[in-house]
Write a protein that binds this ligand. Structure first.
Ligand code: DCT
Ligand code: MG
Length: 421
């Protein structure tokens, strides 16, 4: 069995380089029996597996996800997804990977990912990962796409024009759209993680707004917080009403109410453009914007968001403003005013689509991607955040809960806390 192990190991490592004696020695050492990781749970689609938030391979997954992110910034989607799938499989393992043999039989691990893992197991770090992490291009594109409203294409163009970070953008002659202006203005706050307490405080504000304009409407916290994350880059809410049709026109009223309360620093609403009879479900799978959706920035009172009043620093300044570059053009005007800018996404869904919307907006992004891939490739179905269409039967499969959707897809139900692929 060990010989077989070695042939698998060396083949999949095929780097074109003959192994050194040292390598062989390490390999031999690594062949001492190790606790066997059960492989039965290692299904190849992330939506077939349970992926908890906390796992045992953080160093490896962080490295692979950095390479994934770098590929995404270079608009190499295939490569980006490959690294992300490799990271996701490691998150499902019941213990830390200690040697390459621990990985035998696992799906989703391509040559490149295996090479990175091997290097990290041997030397504690990977040269490719470290040089990427420190590269000017990676750092700049990450900083620039970290500005709300800035995508990869714009960041790339700015990078070629010599811009490297948000303060370069603020000082430049670049024409910014209104989202990017808000992104630059509130960048300091928006680059801070949002806590669960802050998410809950915003939830209460949204709840109040929704009840004011449409009693009986229901709001649900989705995104990473629904999966059990303790922090997020934004807060995502799904709004619906049990009487189909009542939700129409709800978003503008909610926004207006929030605006009169002085809660919104920025908002852009897109209208619901999904019509089942016209569109069908076979739209591009990433299209998330067909609901009535509002991208916004809330002005959150720090004393409500932190689960209690914030400790006042000497001189009356509210904590959390340290580290802001003095005199920088980006220095927010509100530094001592006690509020924090927070990204909030609001989505309104008709009740009949709620199960699909909830499943689609809970994430993770990879989990969603894998669900859609599973539906298409394994079931000849098209899944979106609006509907599930069976292409063989040529009909929509109705569902009002996530459980029913998993069941239509022939998948074991995975609760939100295990969708952290
Ligand atoms: N989503 C998706 N595909 C995308 C973008 C989003 O399937 N391209 C879904 C999955 C997650 C949900 O929308 C909310 O998106 P984010 O807020 O970007 O993700 P998150 O998991 O909530 O991450 P964070 O905790 O950082 O906000
Ligand atoms: Mg989110």
């Amino acid at each position: 069995a060990h010989l077989l192990d070695i042939s698998w190991y060396t083949e999949s490592m095929a780097t074109g380089q003959p192994e050194s004696i040292q390598d062989r020695h390490k390999l031999k050492l690594s062949l001492t029996p190790s606790p066997v990781i059960p492989k039965s749970s290692a299904k190849s689609y992330a939506c077939q597996r349970r992926t908890p938030l906390k796992h045992h391979n953080l160093l490896l997954t962080e490295a692979l996800e950095l390479l994934s992110e770098n590929a995404e910034l270079g608009e190499n989607e295939g490569r980006s997804v490959a690294f992300r799938r490799a990271a996701a499989i490691l998150k499902t393992l019941p213990q830390a990977v200690q040697r390459m043999e621990d990985l035998q039989g696992l799906p989703c691990l391509g040559d490149h990912s295996l090479r990175v893992i091997k290097e990290m197991l041997e030397y504690g770090s990977s040269q490719e990962v470290e040089s990427t992490r420190h590269s000017e291009q990676y750092q700049a594109l990450k900083a620039l796409t970290g500005i709300f409203g800035v995508g990869v294409k714009t960041a790339e163009r700015w990078f070629r024009g010599g811009l490297r970070c948000p303060s370069d953008v603020a000082k430049s002659e670049e024409r910014l759209n209104s989202a990017q202006q808000a992104g630059v203005l509130y960048h300091e706050d928006l680059s801070q993680r949002v806590s669960r307490a802050e998410a809950d405080a915003i939830g209460q504000i949204v709840e109040r707004a929704v009840q004011e304009v449409l009693p009986g409407a229901q709001i649900t916290l989705t995104g990473g917080f629904r999966r059990g994350k303790e922090t997020g880059h934004d807060v995502d809410f799904l709004i619906t009403h049990p009487e189909e049709g009542k939700e129409e026109g709800l978003m503008p009223k909610v926004i207006q109410w929030l605006e009169t309360q002085g809660v919104l620093l920025y908002q852009k609403t897109t209208r619901n453009s999904y019509l089942e009879s016209k569109d069908g479900p076979s739209r591009p799978p990433h299209n998330m914007d067909r609901f009535e959706r509002c991208f916004s920035i809330f002005k959150l009172d720090r004393s409500t968001g932190e689960g209690g009043p914030l400790a006042q620093a000497p001189g009356g300044e509210v904590g959390g403003c340290e580290g802001r570059a003095p005199g920088s053009e980006l220095e927010p005007q509100h530094c001592s005013t006690g509020w924090k800018a927070v990204r909030v996404d609001l989505v309104v869904s008709p009740y009949s689509q709620f199960g699909f919307a909830l499943l689609g907006w809970t994430g993770s992004k990879l989990f969603e991607r894998e669900l859609r891939r599973w539906a298409g490739k394994e079931k000849n179905m098209s899944l979106s955040s609006h509907a599930l269409y069976d292409n063989s039967q040529r009909r929509y499969l109705r569902a009002s809960t996530e459980e029913e959707i998993f069941s239509h897809l022939g998948l074991e139900y995975i609760p939100p806390c295990d969708r952290n692929a």
